[in-house]
Design a protein around this ligand. Sequence first.
Ligand code: NDP
Length: 280
Amino acid sequence: MSAVVLNGKDLADRMKEEMKSRVEALKKKGVNPGLAVVLVGDNPASQIYVRMKKKDCEEVGIISYEYLRDKTISENELLELVQELNDDDRIHGILVQLPLPEHISELKILEKIDPDKDADGFNPINMGRLLTGADSMLPCTPAGVMELIKLAGVEIKGRNCVVVGRSNIVGKPAAVLLLREHGTVTICHSRTADLGEVTKRADILVAAVGRANMITADMVKPGAVVIDVGMNRLEGNKVVGDVDYDGVAEVASAITPVPRGVGPMTRAMLLMNTLKAAER
Ligand code: NDP
């Protein structure tokens, strides 16, 4: 079998086109959707992410407001900045780029973001809403994963879904979203015994671990849909996923590549959260 490639870049581009017209419609009503991006310190990877997010906003017509702060900013000063952004009517989405310097509690900052402006969907109130099935800002990567599964055209209801990884930003929320669609969900982690035996039962397999090529063809059920969240930088700067793409593509019915898979969808869902907040 040779798997269908679930191209996240193309899907994200299509979503951006659709968002562009929704942004236009809002602007005609006098609403200019705005995303505030807060970057603390000079982490090179964070700087790249922030630049990409700014470019994405420009593409769809969302105004991005950048708040660059030195790494010496105190926790209180950052909390005050978030409060100002909560109170600012120009701003519909707020994103504080993680990681933050060690002297600042990420949880405190995330809790401070107005849940209705929480573009990343990391505020514990949104996590709670997600768990209870209430309408909420969804965390971007798991929301992107769900769009890619939809693209594969498989029904989630009643299927065995296995998520490898249980982080708060990817694994756990992805599992909850699959459960919401009536999947039968198993979550695996570093203490899971006989991982391959569990993943081999998956009709839908989501890998969110951070270990290059760890999911090999012998761990995948023939015909499974495989979503690779992992982004692992190898020597020479090549980025690969958690799934051994070439081998698994021979077994799976559909698979996301890395790059051009989940990554572009994560960025598209950030725009979508901001747009939806502005529409509300
Ligand atoms: P974390 O490090 O927070 O979580 C990794 C998870 O993998 C943990 O739950 C850990 O288990 C589990 N794990 C580690 N080793 C194993 C193993 N040998 N077998 C089974 N499970 C294992 O990572 P994130 O969730 O933040 O990210 C995961 C990957 O996704 C990374 O590569 C990251 O770069 C990428 N990512 C990609 C995004 C995108 O847009 N494409 C967005 C966000 C992340 P335990 O809890 O027991 O420690």
